[in-house]
Ligand binder design. Structure first.
Ligand code: DGT
Ligand code: CA
Ligand code: CA
Ligand code: ZN
Length: 582
């Protein structure tokens, strides 16, 4: 679906117009189109084919024409006109946390600042001091924001890279005769951000190969198919065993073609991590073996390499799941026969963090439930926002009752599927919750989250959250640190103290599986497990198309060594209710 791309395009046009200081009503009309298209549950191309673009709310004739242009050519004339004479680096400033188009526009007009580097210099020279609305604190925030941006530069969210890798492999399968094909590297280890995508495929088996690293038969054609995929914007390298490209989104993808008999060794090598591989190589040396991307060797004889299992077996180890390969004790655990039995996607019985059109979600209770049932889930929890979150259309206590009637009605139509009554209730600055206890007590699942006053001191923030942990109605604390990967730092909170309080009060922690959050992190998952705190994995779905992100949460949980028994939503519905009651 091109919905997101169309929406991004309209947002970019709105950004440029806003920076240029154009009329707010025009800017807003572009923003509205972006929002409507992003929230659309059907494919925008389908809507276009059926001539229904102007039926969409806020989409007039001229917007419809722009959308049609984009779908046909990937470009919009109006966008190119807007960009004419517009300094290209200005838009990059919008990626600085807390920086909006209005401020960028003022910096450009009043100070002639046309990019992040200009901005840094201006701050250094003290040029911004005295601008209205630019207090010392604001300037400091901008400086910190630039630093933050630098640190996350060049890395892509797991949730953005994963579909690109999957699609690349699928498209290549259509074009050529592939044997095995798998993503390796940090993507296979499910790291929260990815430097580049590494894909490994096998060509045909060579009859008689003289050396292990000689070109694989069919390699050139496979690399050729790879570098000519749609979506490739630049070919960085292309040979008989290796290709490297940059995609239109700016992602680098490396492809390696290996022979089938060394696929396991190559997969092991290119999955990494480097630290894990160094450890593995040490074990091989101790056993008088040599290990590289072509296989495991004793002298000149190859003793393994076709599968990963074989590689680990040569070293006297069981296969180690990729998510654990960070040299965080997994090799020792494997040697001692103490590897955890990691939770897997198929263990997940339902999604316990779901929004509907009662707050800022795009779909109804019934639609969200039906889509979850299609995924073979047994339940969802409807967890809309509480009233204090005004911008997200928080649900009043009265509307909550109306929602419960709707849940009951939907429930009747869905046999064998459970819709839990829930909320994502705000933790107010003083640690109280945004619904009275007697409202909370009627709910099955209560996620309590911080959505305001991020600037509190660590001490205050920790006390605020711990107070919510102690509330007997709270099932789990939602997205504990509030971070948005690459966009917003976590707020100051003593995670250890919260974990301890959770253990004491039998409150769970949510692992928010949304690609922007992945909060709590892998390391905190492990900390929770060690303290005996259960983890709830929720996608924070605002539409059913977000449910797929559960796999990002499960990947993170696996990196945190979690097993089925550590994850609340691996329980069946009745078991879960029982657990929540006690
Ligand atoms: P990334 O792309 O920065 O998110 O992280 P990775 O882990 O995907 O790293 P990348 O793409 O540079 O290389 C992929 C894997 O290849 C890496 O995890 C381990 C392996 N590898 C690359 N270079 C070396 C090396 O110099 N020594 C060893 N032992 N392994 C390497
Ligand atoms: Ca990589
Ligand atoms: Ca790479
Ligand atoms: Zn939420």
């Amino acid at each position: 679906m091109k919905n997101a791309a169309v929406a991004d395009m309209f947002d970019t046009m709105a950004d440029i117009m806003e920076i240029k200081g154009e009329e707010p009503f025009r800017v807003n009309s572009y923003r509205r189109v972006a929002r409507v298209v992003r929230d659309l549950t059907e494919d925008i191309e389908q809507v276009h084919r059926e001539g229904r673009l102007t039926d969409l709310e806020g989409v007039g004739k001229s917007s419809a024409a722009k959308i049609a242009q984009f779908l046909a050519s990937g470009r919009i004339e109006a966008h190119e006109k807007l960009l004419k004479g517009f300094p290209v680096d200005v838009l990059a400033m919008l990626r600085i946390p807390t920086m909006g188009p209005k401020t960028v526009g003022r910096l450009m007009r009043e100070k002639g600042i046309e990019g992040i580097e200009d901005l840094e210099k201006a701050i250094e020279r003290g040029d911004l001091v005295g601008m209205s609305g630019m207090g010392e604190k604001t300037i400091q925030n901008i400086r910190a924001g630039i630093e933050f941006l630098r640190r996350s530069a060049g890395r892509t969210l797991l949730g953005e890279a994963l579909p690109v890798a999957q699609e690349t492999i699928e498209r290549m399968r259509e074009k050529c005769d592939l044997g095995a094909a798998e993503a390796a590297g940090s993507l296979r280890r499910m790291k929260e951000t990815i430097g580049d995508i590494d894909i490994l495929v096998t060509g045909r088996a060579a009859k008689r190969r003289k050396t292990v690293d000689e070109e694989v038969p069919g390699g050139k054609e496979i690399v050729g198919a790879f570098t000519s995929l749609p979506g490739v914007s630049e070919v960085l390298a292309a040979g008989g065993t290796k290709g490297s490209v940059r995609t239109q989104e700016g992602l680098q993808v490396d492809l390696r073609v290996v022979s089938p008999d060394s696929f396991g060794a190559a997969l092991q090598y290119f999955t990494g991590s480097k630290a894990h591989n160094i450890k593995i190589r040490g074990i091989a040396l101790d056993k008088g073996l040599k290990i590289n991307e072509y296989g495991v060797f004793k002298g000149k004889t190859r003793v393994g390499g076709k599968t990963e299992e074989e590689v680990y077996k040569c070293l006297g180890l069981p296969w180690i799941p990729p998510e654990l390969r960070e040299d965080r004790g997994e090799v020792e655990a494997a040697a001692a026969g103490k590897l955890p039995e990691l939770v897997s996607l198929s263990d997940i019985r339902g999604d316990l963090h779901v929004h509907t059109n009662y707050s800022d979600g795009a779909q109804s209770v019934t639609d969200m439930a039906a889509a979850a049932r299609e995924m073979r889930y047994s339940y969802i929890a409807v967890t809309d926002h509480s009233p204090s979150l005004g911008i997200a259309g928080g649900v009043s206590a009265k509307d909550l009752r109306r929602q419960h009637a709707e849940i009951a009605a939907a429930q009747k139509k869905l046999r064998g599927f459970t819709i839990f009554k829930g909320t994502e209730v705000d933790i107010l600055p003083d640690g109280r919750l945004d619904y009275p206890q007697k409202v909370l007590e009627r709910l099955d699942i209560v996620l309590a989250s911080v959505h305001s006053r991020f600037g509190m001191s660590e001490k205050e923030m920790t006390a605020r959250i711990v107070k919510a942990v102690r509330n007997p109605h709270v099932t789990a604390i939602g997205h504990l640190t509030g971070r948005l990967i690459g966009q917003r730092e976590p707020y100051a909170v003593n995670v250890g103290a919260v974990v301890e309080a959770c253990a004491e009060h039998r409150t769970a922690l949510e692992l928010n599986a949304h690609m922007d959050r992945l909060d709590i992190t892998d390391l905190v998952c492990r900390q929770a497990k060690e303290a005996g705190v259960k983890v709830l994995i929720g996608t924070d779905a605002h539409r059913s198309a977000h449910y797929w992100m559960m796999q990002l949460g499960v990947g993170t949980a696996r990196r945190g060594w979690l097993e089925k028994g550590d994850v609340l939503n691996c329980m069946e519905a009745d078991e879960l209710l029982d657990y929540l009651k006690h």
